[in-house]
Design a protein around this ligand. Structure first.
Ligand code: NAD
Length: 280
């Protein structure tokens, strides 16, 4: 029966380190959240970010722009935040209205204020393995793995999901630890090979957004299972992995909710402090 890998105790430990770093900064860091229009999903992320900031004494400023803002006006707004010396970090909340291309927008955030670690310059630095500002969810997964004490050197790690915010940056971070990394995605499923790859995983990380995609019986005995997926099923939130059946086989497994999610906001705050240090 797998041990539960919950993020709260890990987040508390990291928060203590962040507090020390904030004291050393001798200034209160300021994070600005930019959103365009209303979205219930984004509102819940904003709430958890606000709580994480508040618990660390970080100033979290909300900038709510209109649903019909143009791309040019949003870029202009970000430019002003870049130029404002009192602002240490910027996060542009997803989803954005249809007229705005997030990939384009992410290029206009000053890389030294990129609290999410999604500017192409910061993502590019991941290739060299020397990066202080990391994509938050990928960083949260690395912290969860670290907490198990597992040595990733030479381990068979299978990631399911190849998104820009989770799967791709994680693959680079894991390679830095000399893990043997396989990245699966929709093409793997369509080729009928998902079960085969998942069954080899000593460490399995799933970030797809499909409840029950990963069957418990596919999991290798004693695997470490990190479920990043968030799915609403009726009135419950579940991950992408069949939890009970997977828990019976794995050595560690993250619950959903309570696994990766709560740590992501802490990683955002850690990035903010790294950004503030770079600016000093
Ligand atoms: P995305 O939609 O950008 O990418 C989905 C990935 O899943 C793609 O690589 C796609 O090819 C793959 N995929 C789709 N169907 C598949 C199938 N049948 N078999 C195998 N692969 C398949 O997703 P994302 O933004 O990375 O988010 C993934 C999930 O993680 C979502 O549930 C999201 O809510 C959750 N998420 C959680 C956090 C957190 O902090 N806990 C952060 C980000 C995302």
């Amino acid at each position: 029966m797998a041990k539960l890998l919950e993020s709260k105790p890990i987040a508390e430990k990291i928060k203590e380190e962040i507090k020390k770093q904030i004291q050393a900064l001798k200034t209160t860091p300021v994070l600005v959240s930019v959103s365009a229009g209303e979205n219930a999903g984004a509102a819940s992320y904003v709430k958890s970010q606000f709580k994480a900031a508040e618990s660390l004494g970080i100033i979290y400023r909300l900038e709510k722009l209109s649903q019909d803002i143009s791309e040019a006006a949003l870029i202009d707004f970000i430019g002003k935040l870049n130029a404002d010396k009192s602002v240490n970090g910027i996060i542009v909340q997803m989803p954005l209205p249809a007229q705005i291309d997030y990939r384009k927008i992410s290029r206009f955030i000053d890389p030294q204020k990129d609290a999410e670690g999604m500017h192409p310059a910061n993502l590019g630095k991941l290739v060299f393995g020397k990066q202080a500002i990391l994509p938050c969810t990928a960083a949260a997964v690395m912290e969860l793995l670290n907490s198990t004490g597992i040595d990733l050197y030479g381990k068979e790690v299978v990631i399911v999901g190849h998104s820009e915010i989770v799967g791709k940056p994680l693959a680079l971070l894991l390679l830095e630890k000399f893990a043997t990394v396989t990245v699966c995605h929709i093409g793997t499923s369509k080729a009928g090979k998902l079960e085969e790859h998942v069954g080899r995983a000593e460490v399995l990380i799933v970030a797809v957004g499909k409840a029950g995609l990963i069957k418990g019986e596919w999991i290798k005995e004693d695997a470490v299972v990190i479920d990043v997926g968030i799915n609403r099923v009726g009135d419950k939130i579940v991950g992408d992995v069949e939890f009970e059946a997977a828990q019976a086989r794995a050595s560690y497994i993250t619950p959903v909710p309570g696994g990766v999610g709560p740590l992501t906001a802490t990683m955002l705050m850690r990035n903010l402090v790294e950004a503030a240090k770079l600016q000093q």
